[in-house]
Design a protein around this ligand. Structure first.
Ligand SMILES: Cc1cc2nc3c(=O)[nH]c(=O)nc-3n(C[C@H](O)[C@H](O)[C@H](O)COP(=O)(O)OP(=O)(O)OC[C@H]3O[C@@H](n4cnc5c(N)ncnc54)[C@H](O)[C@@H]3O)c2cc1C
Length: 650
């Protein structure tokens, strides 16, 4: 096990005083950059999903010069476009008892008390600004008959606070943020660099001053210098190979920054989403989400009898087990994702799973269609039903959907303070890429809220603490640190293309994903995690000796891109397992089988684990092929507002 150190490296910079006044006071106390000076600062924004596009647009609007880098050919292809269900805000349009405090409370509780209260309160506060901002930029949210924006319910909440645009909320929000950014491109304040993959961070005198990219069409290694670097590069769920993430989502930017000194927060906190289309065979490369919004009207059930293979239509009502409604009468089908996922697994473990593989449960709309009519259900979920039918060739208006949990989101990410700054000064991390405000479990519709909060409403203020608070001398890509980082990047590429082995990259990635899913997935235990560590290390050695890579380094080479990302996943996977091994409690998405109640619910251990784990990589330790070394730093979590209790959704 890795050494543990004090929390000295971790200064959260959370303000004190009354919770509701903290962000206001902090903003007042933050240093401002004079309007005329803003144009002298150059900000490098990596990633143009919701977090990056909103940050680039807002910073340029303020007057900064912005360069934005992304791996896609258009910012509109970022993974954010896949978000279906909605975005939370505490507007209380439904008059059903919502408030900023309730959104704050639900999010802290939903995250199983492993998030910072000050951050979560700020998130709830700015949630309402986000909706106004998005409406102003033309996002076509669903509306009620009277014209007010409509809401629906998501897991872990008893109020309706989720704003949506059919099942395409992420797409519409991204188009909004993209338009705002493109306005600044037109104004000459943002310069776009498509098809660039950031492969390293450059720090000069310990401060982040630039990045190294691989231009993906030519393979050229390029360097860029600036006054601050923002990583908005999304989540790393694809370490599991099969996930609902876009195939291009990856960990490379944050991982390389981690290896340059940025601490990694809670790497093992992964979200497994309960409603995905089940795995159908060995050759599948992607899983598809069925939005959580469907649990507003769909009822989750399995047959009462193990091994019951009758089609759903032939199983009478009294022989069905609506297990979420039975076990959690208060929240029913809308329990949080970790709870719903674990219960589905419990059912399949008991042999009560449905479908040909037995690895699925039903999500049934029969009652909702009878109650509200087919047209109402089509109006709400039409595109999701169509997507399901196209993939499975089954009509969910006629037969229940089959669903099963799948990897969906990563609560872990680079550790950041209240200003969203990592442990490397000048390196800020936004959106899913940071260790986030969601603790050990993210509530549905809260990721879009966090990404846009970070980009539109937090970084425009907090970046001032760096730009106005530190003396930043001029730096250019001629500096030795840039040359050295570029050389190292080139060597990594050459190393990969030089392996000349026999197995393609996907074979390794799939095998790594299997280890992670089986041993660091929905359930984790000490023997399994220890076994996973050994398996990851030996598979990694095989990767570095038997990888088959077609094509060359100086060309467009998708296999090479994947290989670089998979090489990083091997290292990250090891850290995820170490983190899971160290945290001998169950909390949120991290279910340590040794730590559960008699009813099979997660049992937290607040006495020993009420902290954020922040891992520091030991430079030079281990080899590329072998294991790494890390030191664990702990940021203690204090709860002043929300009382620490065992979570209950009964
Ligand atoms: C199927 C699905 C549905 C979802 N639905 C919802 C929902 O309804 N509500 C909700 O709140 N959340 C939802 N989520 C979660 C949410 O979509 C994501 O958390 C969020 O969109 C992440 O936004 P982001 O801006 O942080 O990153 P992303 O949108 O992933 O953007 C990452 C950006 O970084 C770039 N990039 C990545 N690596 C590099 C690199 N090395 N160099 C250069 N550029 C790089 C990419 O090109 C891209 O521009 C869903 C997630 C999934 C998987």
């Amino acid at each position: 096990m890795s050494p543990t150190s004090s929390a000295s490296k971790l200064v959260s910079k959370c303000p004190s005083g009354p919770m509701a006044e903290r962000w206001d006071r902090h903003r007042f106390e933050l240093k401002l950059v004079n309007a005329a000076n803003k144009r002298k600062f150059h900000i490098l924004v990596v990633g143009t999903g919701l977090a990056g596009a909103s940050a680039a647009a807002s910073l340029a609007e303020l007057g900064y010069q912005v360069s934005a880098f992304f791996i896609h050919e258009s910012p509109r292809r970022a993974h954010s476009i896949a978000a279906q269900g909605g975005i939370n805000a505490a507007k209380n349009y439904r008059n059903d008892g919502d408030s900023i405090y309730r959104l704050f409370y639900d999010t802290v509780k939903g995250g199983d008390y492993r998030a910072r209260e000050s951050n979560v309160y700020r998130l709830a506060q700015v949630s309402n600004n986000i909706i106004d901002q998005c409406v102003a930029s033309g996002v076509p949210f669903a509306r009620e008959y009277a014209g007010l924006l409509d809401n629906r319910s998501f897991g872990g909440a008893q109020v309706s606070r989720t704003f949506y645009a059919r099942g395409q909320t992420g797409q519409q929000l991204l188009i909004g943020a993209y338009q705002s950014m493109m306005r600044q491109v037109g104004a000459g304040k943002v310069k776009l660099y498509p098809r660039r993959e950031m492969v390293d961070l450059v720090a000069v005198d310990g401060v982040a001053r630039g990045i190294v990219c691989r231009e993906l069409l030519s393979g050229a290694i390029e360097t860029f210098a600036g006054d601050a670097v923002l990583l908005c590069t999304g989540g790393y769920g694809n370490v599991f190979f099969l996930s609902t993430n876009a195939k291009a989502s990856n960990a490379t930017a944050i991982w390389r920054a981690h290896k340059r000194g940025a601490l990694f927060g809670n790497p093992c906190f992964t979200q497994i989403h309960p409603t995905c289309i089940p795995v159908s065979g060995d050759y599948q490369s992607k899983l598809t989400l069925m939005s959580e919004s469907l649990r507003n009207d769909g009822r989750v059930w399995v047959p009462k009898r193990a091994g019951d293979k009758r089609p759903a239509s032939q199983i009478p009502e009294e022989e069905r087990d609506y297990f979420l409604e039975r076990r959690y009468p208060s929240f029913g089908n809308l329990v949080p994702r970790d709870v719903a996922s674990r219960n589905a697994k419990m059912m399949t473990d008991e042999g009560r799973g449905v479908g040909s593989t037995g690895m699925a449960v039903y999500l049934d709309f029969r009652d909702a269609i009878q109650r509200d009519g087919r047209d109402v259900i089509r109006e709400k979920y039409g595109n999701l039903f169509e997507m399901y039918q196209r993939i499975t060739d089954e009509d969910p208006y006629q037969v229940p959907m089959r669903i099963y949990p799948a990897v969906h989101y990563t609560m872990g990410g680079l550790w950041v303070d209240y200003n969203l700054e990592s442990t490397i000064p000048g390196l800020f991390v936004l959106g899913e890429a940071n260790f986030s405000d969601h603790g050990a479990n993210r509530l549905g519709a809260s990721a879009l809220m966090q990404g846009l909060a970070d980009g539109y409403f937090i970084i425009p203020y907090t970046i001032g603490s760096h730009l106005a608070g530190r003396k930043l001398g001029p730096v250019s890509t001629d500096h030795a640190a840039f040359k050295q980082a570029a050389e190292e990047a080139e060597q990594r590429v050459q190393r990969l293309v030089g392996i000349a082995g026999k197995r393609p990259v996907d074979v390794f990635h799939r095998a790594l994903g299997r280890i992670m899913w089986d041993k660091c997935g929905m359930g984790r235990n000490e023997p399994g995690l220890k076994q996973a560590l050994g398996e990851i290390r030996s598979l990694r050695q095989e990767f570095w000796s038997d990888l088959a890579l077609p094509g060359s380094a100086r060309d467009m080479n998708i296999e090479l891109e994947r290989a670089g990302r998979v090489a990083d996943y091997f290292e990250l996977a090891e850290l995820m397992v170490l983190d899971a091994l160290h945290r001998r409690e169950s909390c949120g998405g991290h279910f340590r089988e040794e730590s559960q109640t008699e009813e099979g619910e997660a049992r937290r251990d607040d006495e020993n684990f009420c902290f954020v784990s922040a891992w520091e990589h030991t430079p030079g330790a281990g080899t590329q092929e072998g294991g790494g070394e890390w030191t664990l730093h702990k940021e203690p979590l204090a709860f002043e507002e929300v009382k620490l209790t065992q979570r209950s959704y009964k």
